[in-house]
Design a protein around this ligand. Structure first.
Ligand code: NAP
Length: 239
C-alpha cells in the first residue's frame, strides 16, 4: 500500500509544490483547496497519470470543522498531514476589523487544530506519522503591519512544540517550516520597489520558491525519526 498524505491549500503556491514532491515520492494524496477546484482537479489528473498514485480532491473552507470532518470521513489511512492553507492580512492593527481578525485566526490557526486532531486519530493506530505545519518567520519575530498574521504563525509554532511532546510517545512527529519570502501570489500585492528592498535583506540574494519549501518538507519527512517539535526556518538566511 502507498503512503498517504493530506495537503491543505494544494491548488497553488507552496501547497502545490508540496503535492508535486509527495507524488514523486509515491504518496497517495488528499488535496484540499477552497475555490480553485477546477485547476486542482486538472493538476490531480496529471499527478495520477505521471506517478500512478491515487489523488482525491476536496473544495471547502479549512476554517470549518464540519468540512474537515467530512474530508476525514473519506480517509482511512494517513501517514502525513501538511497544514499549509493560509491567508495574510497587511494593515495597521488599529484599522483591522473584528471580522478580519476572526477570519485570519480561524483560517490560519483553527484549521491546524481541526486537521491535526483528525489526523492524529488515524495515525495513533499505526504508531507513526508526521504532521508538518507551514509557518512563517513572522511567527518567530513578529512583523509590523502583520500583527494578526504573526500571531497566528506564532500560535502554530507553539502548537507544533506542544503537540510534538504530546505525540512523541505515540511515534508521531510534529514539526513546522518557518518560511521567509516565498515568491507566490500571497506576495502579489508588493510593488517592484518593495520587492527590491526586501531582496536586499536576504543573504541568499533571491526569493524562496515553493519548490524550496517542498524540498525542506521532504527532508523533514524522510529525515531523522528523532526530530520533533522543531520550527525550521526556510528563509535564505534572512531572519
Ligand atoms: P497562496 O499562493 O496564496 O495559496 C494559498 C492556498 O491556500 C491556496 O491553495 C488556497 O486555495 C488555500 N486556501 C486559502 N484559504 C483557504 C481556506 N479558507 N480553506 C481552504 N483552502 C484555503 O499562498 P502560499 O504563499 O502558497 O502560502 C501557503 C502557506 O505558506 C500559508 O500558510 C502561508 O501563510 C505560508 N507562508 C507563505 C509565505 C510566502 O512568502 N508566500 C511565507 C511564509 C509562510 P484556493 O486556490 O482555492 O483559494
Amino acid at each position: 500500500m502507498n503512503k498517504s498524505a493530506l495537503v491543505t491549500g494544494a491548488s497553488r503556491g507552496i501547497g502545490k509544490a508540496i503535492a508535486t514532491n509527495l507524488a514523486k515520492e509515491g504518496y497517495d494524496l488528499h488535496l484540499i483547496c477552497q475555490n480553485n477546484i477546477e485547476s486542482l482537479n486538472e493538476y490531480a489528473e496529471k499527478l495520477r497519470l505521471s506517478h500512478n498514485i491515487k489523488v482525491k480532491t476536496y473544495a471547502g473552507d479549512v476554517a470549518s470543522y464540519s468540512f474537515i470532518k467530512d474530508v476525514f470521513s473519506q480517509i482511512d489511512h494517513l501517514d502525513l498531514a501538511v497544514n499549509n492553507a493560509g491567508i495574510s492580512y497587511v494593515g495597521l492593527l488599529q484599522d483591522m476589523s473584528e471580522e478580519d481578525w476572526k477570519n485570519i485566526v480561524s483560517v490560519n490557526l483553527d484549521s491546524v487544530f481541526y486537521v491535526s486532531k483528525e489526523a492524529t486519530k488515524l495515525m495513533l493506530s499505526n504508531h507513526s506519522g508526521h504532521i508538518v505545519n507551514i509557518s512563517s518567520v513572522w511567527g518567530c519575530v513578529g512583523a509590523s503591519m502583520e500583527v494578526a498574521y504573526s500571531t497566528t504563525k506564532g500560535g502554530i509554532n507553539s502548537f507544533t512544540k506542544a503537540l510534538a511532546k504530546e505525540l512523541a510517545p505515540s511515534g508521531i512527529q510534529v514539526n513546522a517550516l518557518a518560511c521567509g519570502f516565498i515568491d507566490t501570489s500571497m506576495n502579489a500585492h508588493l510593488s517592484e520597489d518593495d520587492r527590491a528592498a526586501l531582496l536586499e535583506e536576504i543573504p541568499a540574494n533571491r526569493f524562496g520558491s515553493p519548490e524550496d519549501v517542498a524540498a525542506a518538507l521532504l527532508s523533514v519527512v524522510n529525515g531523522s525519526s528523532y526530530m520533533t517539535g522543531q520550527v525550521i526556518s526556510v528563509d535564505g538566511g534572512w531572519i
